[in-house]
Design a binder for this molecule. Structure first.
Ligand SMILES: Cc1cc2nc3c(=O)[nH]c(=O)nc-3n(C[C@H](O)[C@H](O)[C@H](O)COP(=O)(O)O)c2cc1C
Length: 188
């Protein structure tokens, strides 16, 4: 087998979501590096600025974090995250194929992995994109963030240095055999 960069493989396979953080500020240059990793993810279309759909709001203001947390009943940890990044998609930059959710999702995973490399824990929260019963929560979140109509709120990403006391639930995955098919779906 070819030799892989095992640090990268281990970072990816051992990554977990983190929802408890220590009260320590994340330096500005680290936030910038994390976002630049997001900005370098693949995006639909040509590698040109007008195809780059994903935009970011770096939220450190405690009042805004608390206002957002109100829309997320069981996700109160976001108000204790030193930083929340609201991940947005500018729909004007993808009017034809509407692949902006996928482009922004790839940016999110890049940022999660970059955060891990700094020892910073992350948790992604979907923003009620497809939840009928949360239409009002989404409207309020959009209002808090002052989003114009052409900007989709894709996700919030909470970031913070990991609290070693956090209990992380055991992870159980469906088996490789169950989830991987070869050439056609009926072939295992
Ligand atoms: C689309 C999506 C939505 C998610 N929404 C939430 C959420 O609302 N609250 C939360 O605590 N975690 C959320 N997560 C994190 C998942 O709970 C977590 O990734 C999953 O349980 C697998 O665990 P792991 O990330 O530790 O491997 C979300 C993840 C994704 C991809």
């Amino acid at each position: 087998m070819e030799k892989a960069n095992s640090e990268i493989i281990n970072l990816i396979t051992n990554r977990r979501s983190h929802r408890k953080y220590v009260n320590k500020k994340i330096p500005k240059d680290i936030i910038e590096t994390i976002i630049n990793c997001g900005r370098n993810a693949p995006f639909g279309g040509n590698p040109k600025p007008d195809c780059q759909v994903t935009e970011y709001i770096v939220i450190e203001d405690q009042k805004i974090k608390e206002q957002l947390a109100l829309q997320y009943e069981d996700r109160q940890f976001i108000k204790d995250a030193p930083v929340i990044i609201a991940v947005l998609a500018n729909k004007d930059n993808d009017p034809k194929y509407k692949e902006y959710i996928l482009s922004s999702a790839l940016a999110i995973e890049n940022m999660i992995l970059a955060s891990e490399s700094f020892g910073i824990g992350a948790c992604v929260l979907s923003c009620f994109l497809y939840h009928e019963k949360h239409v009002e929560d989404k409207r309020i979140s959009r209002e808090i963030l002052k989003l114009p109509d052409n900007i989709e709120l894709v996700a919030l990403l909470s970031l913070g240095y990991k609290d070693n006391g956090e209990e992380i639930p055991n992870k159980e995955l469906r088996s490789y055999k169950e989830t991987v098919h070869f050439n056609t779906y009926d072939n295992k």
